[in-house]
Ligand binder design. Structure first.
Ligand SMILES: CC(C)(COP(=O)(O)OP(=O)(O)OC[C@H]1O[C@@H](n2cnc3c(N)ncnc32)[C@H](O)[C@@H]1OP(=O)(O)O)[C@@H](O)C(=O)NCCC(=O)NCCS
Length: 185
């Protein structure tokens, strides 16, 4: 488990700590945010603290608080880190809505991907995104992610079934999309 922050252009990614949890609870109870996420059920602080206690014991998951000018605005994480197959899944949420579309998500993605393909030595990072989340898809494609396929009617959202797009990025593709060092920072 990494303990050092990762520095991006404007964002700093700090390993998630207990002090971050109250903000996570706020975001995961905001329908404008959960509209774009796989989860939508209300979340209590007690549930979040239980989840965090379990998370701390895991060796295959790393979650970072996205901070800008010292303010926690969202989270980004690598899940299911599989060292044998050198792959992981990525998830991101900027919970502070007034921070959307300012380039911070792209910055956070590139920062965590540099780490994933650098010191973590991953070969592949994948993610799932709801097909109507055009802003997220724009960011992922800009980072070099390509569409692998569609998981049809995978989630029940807003009274209908919606499709999930599976996207992935290989180390070579990331280097091509964002030339520069992928060494640890
Ligand atoms: C998705 C998310 C991480 C993107 O981060 P961000 O900081 O808002 O995104 P950026 O500012 O880096 O880039 C957004 C891009 O999408 C574009 N965009 C914004 N709204 C859009 C829309 N409705 N349709 C298409 N493109 C859109 C922006 O113009 C920008 O592209 P550009 O720089 O080429 O102009 C963030 O918005 C977020 O957390 N949203 C809520 C939760 C979520 O969707 N998480 C991802 C789940 S898979």
């Amino acid at each position: 488990m990494r303990r050092e922050p990762l520095s991006g252009g404007r964002v700093v990614l700090r390993p998630l700590e207990k002090e971050h949890l109250a903000r996570c609870v706020k975001w995961f109870n905001d329908p404008d945010v959960t509209h774009f996420l796989g989860r939508a059920e209300p979340l209590t602080m007690a549930e979040e603290e239980r989840w965090f206690a379990e998370y701390r014991l895991k060796v295959d998951e790393e979650i970072y608080a996205i901070e800008v000018d010292g303010n926690h605005i969202g989270n980004i994480g690598l899940h299911g880190i599989d060292r044998g197959n050198r792959k992981a899944s990525l998830g991101i949420v900027i919970g502070e809505k007034e921070q959307w579309s300012k380039g911070l998500g792209t910055d956070a993605m590139n920062t965590v991907l540099r780490y994933a393909f650098g010191s973590l030595r991953l070969h592949k990072v994948n993610l799932d995104v709801i097909d109507y989340n055009e802003r997220a898809i724009r960011v992922y494609e800009r980072c070099g992610f390509v569409r692998e396929g569609v998981r049809r009617e995978e989630l029940w959202k807003g009274g209908r079934f919606v499709n999930l797009v599976r996207m992935s990025l290989l180390e070579t593709e990331f280097r091509e999309a964002a030339p520069g060092p992928t060494r640890p920072r």
